[in-house]
Design a protein around this ligand. Structure first.
Ligand SMILES: C[S@@+](CC[C@H](N)C(=O)[O-])C[C@H]1O[C@@H](n2cnc3c(N)ncnc32)[C@H](O)[C@@H]1O
Length: 484
């Protein structure tokens, strides 16, 4: 799609024409961070939380792009209504807003040479937005290789597959409607998959959770960059205007950048995935999420996955001085029929079939995430915990090995096919995750050693060893029989 652009210097005019009020601020190009909000005077905000300071920016409710605003646009535009209706089974706030943005971008690219769609302040505003966003879904293949071994390796590939499926669906549903077929899919300015990935990236990196209007895009205010020590925050008035306000007690000098926080507890992976950078100053939010595969030789693996109903994962986080981990699936994964786990398929009255899960004869179908508690008062609880600890530790060790095996040969210089900013972000993520995983493996090792001294574990392992050597003896005897 051809993307017309407007210089950021014209933004104040667009803002005035659309009733955005701004005081002591301007939007300027920042070094390495695209545009940002810059202070044009000296601001000192009262330290007292109860006095609301004067707003730096006020955006009228009419410009807030949320699910309700898309609904209003659809009321006035029956062609757009038809497009939303065609997607009826696949709608969410995100897809509604993305479809709206897709239509506004297409309208801008055809600049009035179309009878479908109605221009709106967003048709122009989109032209001030950056050509690209440094999120990994927009990285080149050689750049995405830098994420091998990190928690984003699987996540980014899964996101690209999901975007591809979503784009295919929109194309299929809208090309049956002649007006949309003409606007979106015909001629040299047809929409392409990279256009869809960019719109998704713009949405992910700029959407806010507003207290009254919910998930939304707010023009002008979305020019504010992130800092771990932010000087401003956003809020909504009772009239649903969105305000950018200085934080209580801050002093902002003329020429300083005004920043907000994109989330204090977001991990490095989440920051890179959603915003395209890793904040080197972040002191909180060190965590990661990895997929956990059931044992490949477990005959109950499939039933366990179905019964668990969610993707199985391990969550690792640094809390205070120590590293904590959590994996509800690992507890279900590590028990079997001989421990008291059972799956039954029940025939329903309407002929359907239902998978039910039993632990020690009790129906626990609705508690498959609770196996840590369910197994906690069993005489073999320490044995189950040991199995879980060993399995989680093995998964984390394998991840460290993959991180080490895929590390760039020169950790300071990107290859010719990799952009410096992608390389820097990926290396920062690799370092945070390697560190966290190593600390988690150490913590798990300490727990494993402790569990190996538990009297129930010792007795259980002694019994298993005895059974195994009996079996080995029997096998040896059989072999001798066979041989003779
Ligand atoms: C909400 S927009 C902010 C405005 C944006 N800089 C622009 O030019 O349109 C979020 C994007 O700004 C950039 N950004 C924000 N804070 C940053 C930071 N602290 N370091 C690097 N990039 C940042 C990232 O590209 C992010 O995806």
């Amino acid at each position: 799609m051809h993307r017309p652009t407007l210089p950021i210097e014209s933004l104040p005019l667009w803002a005035r024409l659309n009733d955005v009020a701004f005081h002591h601020v301007k939007i300027s190009k920042m070094d390495g961070r695209g545009c940002g909000v810059v202070c044009e005077g000296d601001i000192t905000a009262a330290a007292d939380d109860d006095t609301r300071p004067s707003a730096l920016v006020t955006v009228p409710h009419a410009l807030v792009l949320n699910a309700a605003a898309v609904g209003e646009y659809a009321k006035e535009n029956k062609n757009f209504r038809q497009l939303l209706d065609a997607m009826v089974d696949h709608r969410s706030t995100r897809t509604d807003i993305l479809l709206f943005l897709l239509v506004q971008s297409a309208l801008a690219s055809r600049s009035g040479h179309t009878s479908v769609g109605v221009s709106n302040p967003w048709t122009e505003y989109l032209q001030f937005l950056p050509e690209t966003v440094p999120v990994p879904t927009l990285w080149a293949e050689d750049e995405r290789l830098l994420l091998r071994g990190t928690s984003l390796e699987v996540a980014v590939n899964a996101k690209l597959s999901a975007l591809d499926a979503e784009f295919g669906l929109i194309q299929q549903k809208s090309s049956d409607i002649p007006a949309w077929n003409e606007l979106l899919w015909e001629g040299p300015s047809a929409v392409s998959f990279p256009d869809w990935i960019r719109l998704d990236a713009l949405y992910r990196s700029r959407s806010l959770q507003l207290p009254r209007s919910g998930e939304a895009l707010v023009p002008y205010l979305d020019m504010a960059n992130h800092s771990a020590s932010p000087t401003a925050y956003y809020d909504e008035t009772l009239k649903d205007e969105v305000l950018l306000l200085p934080r209580p007690g801050v002093r902002i000098s003329k020429g300083d950048e005004i920043t907000i926080s994109y989330g204090e507890t977001k991990s490095a992976a989440e920051m890179l995935f959603s915003y395209g950078f890793v904040d080197p100053e972040a002191t909180t939010g060190e965590s990661l999420v990895l997929p956990l595969d059931p044992f490949p030789d477990d005959p109950l693996a499939k039933a366990k996955l179905v019964a668990f109903q969610q993707p199985p994962r391990i969550h690792v986080a640094r809390e205070g001085g120590s590293v904590k981990w959590e994996s509800p699936f690992a507890y279900l994964m590590c028990v079997n029929e001989e421990d008291g786990l059972e799956f039954r398929v029940l025939q329903e009255r309407d002929g359907g079939r239902q998978l039910r899960v039993f632990w020690q004869e009790a129906d626990v179908t609705d508690r498959t995430r609770d196996f840590e508690t369910l197994t906690g008062d069993h005489p073999l609880a320490a044995v189950f915990r040991l199995r879980v600890v060993v399995s989680v530790q093995e998964t984390l060790r394998a991840q460290i090995e993959r991180l080490e095996a895929t590390a760039p040969q020169d950790p300071t210089t990107p290859s010719a096919a990799q952009r410096e900013e992608c390389f820097r972000s990926a290396m920062a993520l690799r370092s945070v995750e390697t560190n966290l995983l190593k600390h988690a493996v150490e913590a798990l090792d300490a727990e494993r050693c402790m569990l190996l001294t538990d009297k129930n574990v010792v007795a259980y392992l002694g019994l298993t060893e005895a059974t195994e050597s009996d079996l080995a003896g029997e096998e040896a005897a059989n072999e001798t029989d066979d041989f003779s």
